[in-house]
Design a protein around this ligand. Structure first.
Ligand code: ADP
Ligand code: MN
Length: 174
């Protein structure tokens, strides 16, 4: 793989803090925040709107085509609540953010999530669904789970990812 910059997935249950982490990480590092939500919407990588869940029904093939060129160049921070669709060969680090269920409840409530979606997301967080998905989709060495309950957690996480990036650049210097 000839990327000069790595690709990082920031994943986790909705409300865990993916977008907040991605935006700050992009500011700090100059890597590109790739909001899959935005791309699905803007480039119409979907088969319509699911009314019950209030979310897009994603067309994964179309989505992968839309991001392939950027991913091959490297330097992407992929922001999405799933990770099993991205080809293994694209990805250098998978960060799974974690949060306590009471905190998650409050965050999703503030977003006016429909009750069915709220309950499902809390169950999913409690049952480690995204963390298991990451472990099943990528080598365990590149998967880390990090707490995202407080802003102190977020600062510590960003420091850690930045340190990882520095090391990656040293290891992959030509
Ligand atoms: P996601 O992109 O995973 O759905 P967001 O980044 O949009 O999550 O965060 C959801 C809400 O929770 C936002 O209001 C954000 O400010 C807050 N939040 C996220 N992570 C933390 C954290 N580690 N500490 C405090 N608040 C956080
Ligand atoms: Mn988000």
């Amino acid at each position: 793989m000839s990327r000069t910059l790595p690709n990082i997935i920031i994943t986790g249950t909705p409300g865990v803090g993916k977008t907040s982490h991605c935006e700050l990480l992009a500011e700090r590092t100059g890597l590109r925040h790739v909001s899959i939500n935005q791309i699905v919407k803007d480039r119409e990588c979907h088969e319509g709107w699911d009314k019950e869940y209030e979310s897009w029904i994603v067309d994964e093939d179309k989505l992968l085509d839309a991001i392939e060129d950027d991913a091959k160049k490297g330097g992407c921070i992929l922001d999405w609540h799933a990770c099993d669709l991205f080809p293994k060969s694209w990805i250098d680090l998978v960060v799974v953010l974690r949060v306590g269920s009471a905190t998650l409840y409050d965050r999703l409530k503030l977003r006016n999530y429909p009750e069915i979606k709220l309950q499902e997301n809390i169950d999913s967080e409690i049952m480690d669904v995204l963390y298991q998905e990451a472990l099943e989709s990528y080598d365990a060495e590149i998967v880390v789970d990090l707490q995202s309950n407080t802003s102190e957690d977020m600062d510590a996480n960003l420091d850690r990812i930045e340190a990882w990036l520095k090391q990656w650049k040293e290891d992959n210097a030509q």
